[in-house]
Structure formats: structure tokens, C-alpha cells
Ligand binder design. Structure first.
Ligand code: COA
Length: 258
């Protein structure tokens, strides 16, 4: 892969989008490499959690590649949006936790990528926004849907219609990112959160992601049914016996992903 680097740090896969000369803009090749990275990580039992970040000092991802977008037709434009949507859906539905470590500009497709991750941590230097309307288009990688679900329609429309960039502290205030940390603490903070989640029951973590991410697209009663089904399913796991046994025996649980 040319534009996406992966490094497995003892179970935490760091996926770095690395086209710093273009501020890590997502061209078609980079979107496809992201797909490859996540498909490989999904099937790799040694990967327990994923951190997504940007290469270089300045950007997480400064958006879809405007050089490519400028040439799109109605037909290729729809294809571009749908191929990005498929990859971001893969990330959103990923069975292991995915944390965005937002190190700089997260604009347009970069903000949408962060929105597809399960948890977002931002450096104090990060700037986020959806500037598409300034280019005469709208967010096309799921941003109109995910932002409104995360922040509510009012805040989502303010960001999407003005195209304004906001800093990390404002993003934290409105709930666009989970927390803000100093730049040198970004990857350590993301890794610390990943490792904390990795001590929990992995099948329970997987079920929780599915309940929240799939459930939020359903009617409330259907979401509750999904929750109850997954809750019941976990009763069949050795990990449930281990987790409850460890509590009752006052020891630390040792989960086997079974
Ligand atoms: N697509 C393609 N190239 C991009 C890009 C994008 N989304 N964002 C930045 N780049 C390129 C610039 O064209 C420039 O290339 P060059 O050195 O060959 O001229 C390089 O990255 C550095 O960007 P530059 O604009 O010089 O940096 P800056 O610090 O002055 O500004 C931004 C940074 C992020 C504010 C600015 O690059 C920007 O507004 N980018 C577009 C953001 C956007 O609209 N994204 C949504 C796309 S749908």
C-alpha cells in the first residue's frame, strides 16, 4: 500500500493515512487502501483494536481529493460517494473498537472518516469541519447522516451549511469529539483507551458496538430487540462465565474471546 501504513503494536493496529503533501486527502486509491487495511484487520485475530490517524504534523485528513472531485460527472460522483460510504460503513460496523486520533485538519471526508469511527480523540491543534458547500457540493461519505445523529439536526446543519471549521475545544464542547488532549498525548491517549477496552470481554465489546451502531439505525423497539438478542447470546459464552466468576472470586478476569 502506498498511502496507508499499518503497524500492529501488540494488538493495537495503528492505521496511518499518509499523503502529507496533499494533507492526507482521500483519493480513490487511498479509500481503497483503507478498505484493504480494515478487511485485513477484521480477519486478523492478532488485531484487537484499531487507531486511525494522519501522517505528518498538519492533518488528520483534509478531505476527499479535490483534484479528483473536480473531474466528476453525475455518474462517477455517485460512484465516488457510494464507494466511500461502503468503506466508512465497514469502519462503523467494525467488530473491534476503532478510535480516531485526530491530529490536525479533519475536514470534509476527513471529518466523515472520524465520524465513522467509534470514538474520537482530538489533539488541541485539530480543526474539524464540513466545508463541502463552499465547493458547491455536500458531504458524500455519510456525513449528513452521521453528524445529525451524533449532534442533532440543529448543530449538524449549522456546521454543514456554514462550512465553518471549529477547533478541538469547541468540538469537545458540542460532543463532536470525545475528548481533547495535548498533541504529544494524542497517540498515547488513544492507545490507553484501546488497551483499556482490550481488557474487557471481547465478545461483549463486539456485541456492544453492534447494538449501538446498528441499533441507532433502527426503530427503538427493533433496537431493543437487537439488544436483548445480543444480551441473551452472550450468556452462551465462556467469557460471560469468566467475567462473572472473576467478580465473585474477587480476581481479574482473563477473557479468551470464546
Ligand atoms: N484535496 C486535494 N489537495 C488538497 C486538499 C484536498 N482536500 N487539501 C489540501 N490539499 C493540498 C493543497 O492543494 C496543497 O497542495 P500544493 O502544495 O500542491 O499546492 C497542499 O495540500 C497543502 O495545502 P495548503 O492549502 O497549501 O495548506 P494550508 O495550510 O494553507 O491550508 C487547509 C490547509 C486544510 C485549510 C486547506 O488545504 C484546505 O482548505 N483544503 C481543502 C479542505 C476541503 O475543502 N476539504 C473538503 C473536500 S470535499
Amino acid at each position: 500500500m502506498e498511502n496507508v501504513r499499518t503497524e500492529n503494536k501488540d494488538g493495537v493496529l495503528v492505521v496511518t493515512i499518509d499523503r502529507p503533501k496533499s494533507l492526507n486527502a482521500l483519493n480513490a486509491q487511498t479509500v481503497d487502501e483503507l478498505r484493504q487495511a480494515f478487511e485485513t484487520a477484521r480477519d486478523d485475530a492478532s488485531v484487537k483494536a484499531v487507531i486511525v490517524t494522519g501522517g505528518g504534523e498538519k492533518a488528520f485528513v483534509a478531505g476527499a481529493d479535490i483534484n479528483e472531485l473536480a473531474r466528476m460527472t453525475p455518474v462517477t460522483g455517485k460512484e465516488v460517494a457510494q464507494s466511500g460510504q461502503r468503506v466508512f460503513r465497514l469502519i462503523e460496523r467494525f467488530p473491534k473498537p476503532v478510535i480516531a486520533a485526530i491530529n490536525g485538519f479533519a475536514l470534509g471526508g476527513g471529518c466523515e472518516l472520524a465520524l465513522a469511527c467509534h470514538i474520537r480523540i482530538a489533539s488541541e491543534k485539530a480543526q474539524l469541519g464540513l466545508p463541502e458547500v463552499s465547493l458547491g457540493i455536500i458531504p458524500g461519505y455519510g456525513g449528513t447522516q452521521r453528524l445529525a445523529r451524533l449532534l442533532g439536526k440543529g448543530r449538524a446543519l449549522e456546521l454543514i451549511l456554514t462550512g465553518d471549521r471549529i477547533g478541538a475545544s469547541e468540538a469537545e464542547r458540542i460532543g463532536l469529539v470525545n475528548k481533547m488532549v495535548p498533541p504529544d498525548q494524542l497517540l498515547p491517549a488513544a492507545e490507553e483507551m484501546a488497551r483499556k477496552i482490550m481488557t474487557r470481554g471481547p465478545l461483549a465489546v463486539r456485541a456492544a458496538i453492534e447494538a449501538v451502531m446498528s441499533g441507532s439505525d433502527m426503530a427503538f423497539e427493533e433496537g431493543q430487540l437487537l439488544e436483548a438478542t445480543l444480551f441473551g447470546l452472550l450468556a452462551s459464552t465462556e467469557d460471560m462465565k469468566e467475567g462473572m466468576g472473576a467478580f465473585l472470586e474477587k480476581r481479574t478476569a482473563s477473557f479468551q474471546n470464546k
